[in-house]
Design a protein around this ligand. Structure first.
Ligand code: FES
Length: 263
């Protein structure tokens, strides 16, 4: 008589399928577009950080990749509250001082993690598509276990977002009819929306509460953040393109390439 159950541990294996995937749709399109979009951002970001800090005196536009400007090599009006805490001894590009904060925030973001694991590391490139790697350890070991510091980057991102909002308000006060002021404002709003839509932010607002009824303010904050959180992916892309666009626009105005009265 055959036996249908056994005490031996079940050894789980992946399905033994000879082809890489059985999918017939264009599953490769999303990782390809993600790869191109993130690569463009990386290339632009590195170029902008190593370029001179850009600032338009009078209009008080400061390129987002140059803000906050904390070194004496920054143009005087571009320095945050007129301060240059890093003094004369610091001679590297000023953008390098702050690069790690917004860069680390995006690098460790839950959405970006998914997107670059798929598009750069192909792990896996799409659902139901075999990955090229032999083993999978997830984010349980170094270096990927460091992704857990995302919540700390979130606090830094709040500060950077507040500074970009301050820059936009300063530009609006000095040049209310300037296109650049409105571009900087749109960028500040998108950056703020992306930052507040963060999963860590949602957890911080009310993640550990057992009774919403006892914490009505936190419940309202959580409800608002949850709505933004549902749009986290589009906000990640929109804010990424807006920060590049705003930065590039200010550079063009600062170089005199765009020079109409309402620039
Ligand atoms: Fe994306 Fe926090 S999860 S910014």
């Amino acid at each position: 008589m055959s036996q249908t159950t056994s005490d031996a541990p079940v050894r789980r294996q992946r399905a033994q399928i000879k082809v890489r995937t059985l999918r017939t749709d264009r599953w490769w399109l999303a990782p390809l577009l993600t790869f191109l979009g993130l690569s463009a951002f990386l290339v632009y970001g590195v170029w902008a950080i190593f370029d001179t800090p850009y600032y338009v005196p009078g209009a008080e536009y400061i390129a987002p990749f140059s803000s906050p400007c904390l070194a004496t090599s920054c143009p005087e009006g571009a320095r945050l509250f007129g301060l240059a805490p890093f003094g004369d001894w610091y001679t590297l590009p000023p953008g390098l001082l702050i690069l790690g904060l917004p860069g680390g925030f995006r690098l460790t973001c839950y959405y970006y993690r998914k997107s670059y694991y798929r598009s750069f590391w192909l792990s896996p490139p799409a659902c139901a598509v075999q990955e090229p790697h032999g083993k999978y350890t997830g984010e349980t070991r170094l270096p990927l276990i460091m992704q857990n510091i995302h919540r700390y980057f979130f606090y830094a991102a709040i500060v950077i977002g507040a500074i970009l909002s301050y820059d936009a308000i300063l530009a609006l006060v000095h040049k209310p009819l300037g296109l650049g002021s409105w571009i900087l404002l749109l960028n500040a709003v998108l950056i703020a929306a992306y930052t507040l839509s963060c999963h860590s932010c949602r957890h911080i607002t009310a993640g550990r509460l057992n009774h919403f009824s006892r914490h009505p303010v936190r419940y309202r904050a959580w409800t608002f953040v949850s709505k933004l959180n549902a749009k986290h992916q589009p906000l990640a892309w929109a804010s990424m393109f807006s920060v590049m666009g705003a930065d590039f626009y200010v550079r063009l105005v600062a170089k005199g390439i765009i020079a109409f009265p309402y620039a």
